[in-house]
Design a protein around this ligand. Sequence first.
Ligand code: PEP
Length: 251
Amino acid sequence: MHSKKYFIANWKMNGLKGDLNQISIIDNFLKKKNKLSALNCIFCIPYTILGLALINLKLKKVKIGAQDVSNEAFDFGPSTGQISSKMLKDLNCKFTILGHSEKRFNGDTEHQISQKIGMAVKNNIKVILCVGENLKDYKKKKSFYKVKKQLQLSLKKNKKYLKNIIFAYEPIWSIGTGIIPENSYLNNFFLKIKKYLKNEFKIKATVIYGGSVSPKNINELKNIDLCDGFLIGGASLKHKNFIDIIKKYYN
Ligand code: PEP
């Protein structure tokens, strides 16, 4: 359980300049805890503060990532409101979330997600690719079918980039609801995803869990054997909650 784990924060549409000190506090905490050196900590924050964080914060342990990139096949040009992977590379940004259910809900298609993966990896940016089913599909026992479809469609044209992807299984019905799946369900689900990625794409995939992870449920979630870490939304906004999750995980 204590091999290199990912603790990835998704701030979504939250965070002002003044909130960046939350990240500095977490960086200081990790610097002091040598035994946590094997932990990967990435904060995916809004574009408005991402540049400031990368230029000003001088972080030692925490990495900074984005929450999306443009799907356009070009680096600069007529695409008002979009941010290209090249622009993020210019800031030395090395990670981005892609395919989050909230982006999918707002219109991101599998095809666009696939294009985004290509553009990100070409610019040396590792992708945290979110997949997950909604409540209706979960109830109909179609979760794995849905996730497999998402993986198939976003990966088929990105086979040479697979090593640059961290997979995040995020059941949509768990995001922001406080409800998490049963451990037995998650153990089985992680096994299925990893097997599928191994058989179909020949990779030993890194797969993390996201959905209502908090200091209250981390003791339960840390028993999912095949889980390589967590994508944390609400509980990443305050340093205390985020640090509590890490402390409890390693206790
Ligand atoms: C997320 O949206 O990626 C997420 C995991 O959110 P929360 O932890 O708030 O459920």
